[in-house]
Ligand binder design. Sequence first.
Ligand code: PEP
Ligand code: CO
Length: 440
Amino acid sequence: MTKILQQPEWPNQKQYFKIIQEIKHYPQLVYPNEINNLKSELKDVAKGKKFIIQGGDCAETFKNFSQNMIQNKLKILLQMSAIIQYSTKLKIVNIGRIAGQYIKPRTHSYETRGNLTLPSYRGDGVNSIDFDKVKRQPNPKRLIQAYHQSASTMNLIRSLIMNGFTDINQIQSWNRDLLNNSPLGVKYKTIVDNITSMLDFIQESGLVNNQYGESDSFNLYTSHEAILLDYEKAFMDNNFCCSAHMLWVGDRTRTVDSEHINFISNLDNPIAIKIGPTIKIDDICRIYEKINSTNESGKVLFISRLGEKNIENILPKLISKMKYYGSELLWICDPMHGNTITAKNGYKTRNFNTIINELMSFFQICDAESITASGVHFELTGENVTECLGGINNIRDVDLDQRYETTCDPRLNNEQSLEIAFLIAKLLKEKGEGIEKTTY
Ligand code: PEP
Ligand code: CO
């Protein structure tokens, strides 16, 4: 068997496998019928009837775990969906990076500070972010905590959906105080007022089942990177992997013959593959053939994360190569992971303008290649963090330490996320025409 990439070095293998066995007996986190629902929604995406928003933390943590925080994650996705759906009339398929995103791939296996070299942080599911000899050792007991936190997150999401919190009729209650006075808040409020008066009209006139009728209540699917294969295999139910509705394979593990591609090619879940600039053009078809030999519609999403500087050069070639498979393959854009930089004061960050430039290029390229842009993928949070530069409040290098909370990659904050949702709505409506890129 080939070496499995990006696996932690567990100090005690026996304990690790014992814990994996234990998790095998736990209830699954999602169910095959829900996975099938997502698959059927993705078939609608392939027909151009729906649009995907996939978003959430780079890494969920044990610390940032409260009812309020989970609710805020949902609220920001709900708000973005409302903006795009209202402006474009396209229904949204919401997929959170949530309820399982606890393990991270790393470029370097070790981190050195001064004279001390320790294993890199691989997500709270494996070890601690604290740079301490004991805490950085991979500890499989953490997988149990990751499981339980995923389960309670799922529990809250299900309860919020069941109790109508995510219904469009609740749009007034998703407002965030902090937005009320900002220019973006005013723009958002106009949308909320329009939707509210439309809903009032629907009620008064007795109409249902129209754009915002009963059948449009929000659904949220879960996703995370399938990286720790033993953990994922503990959730098998026939060919469904029930740790999340959708799984993705990251840019570091998606080589054609990797164990990660072997694993996901046998699953019935929808699968996403991150496509970074090191992709070999001939490999992209081989990967696709391996995971979707029957060319099932909406089964595979390619997440382009090429970076603002590479997208124009690489993406058209990839799209042309894949055109043979038709609209069954979905292309979505992650404008975050190819654009990470280090700020002057050492913070890992991303520039808002770079992110939106990549996004705009993506839409323009899809248009030029006559394919549909099927969705977007972001690292974002409902909290008002200061992790990415720029945006409406013009976060600068010196502001980054005000509220820098991510343990891994920098996320768009609440307002930056809404700003991007307005841009996406515009791009979808205008198909990229006449939109000027930002220079900086
Ligand atoms: C991620 O999505 O957090 C990630 C590590 O992505 P990629 O595999 O694209 O680098
Ligand atoms: Co990330």
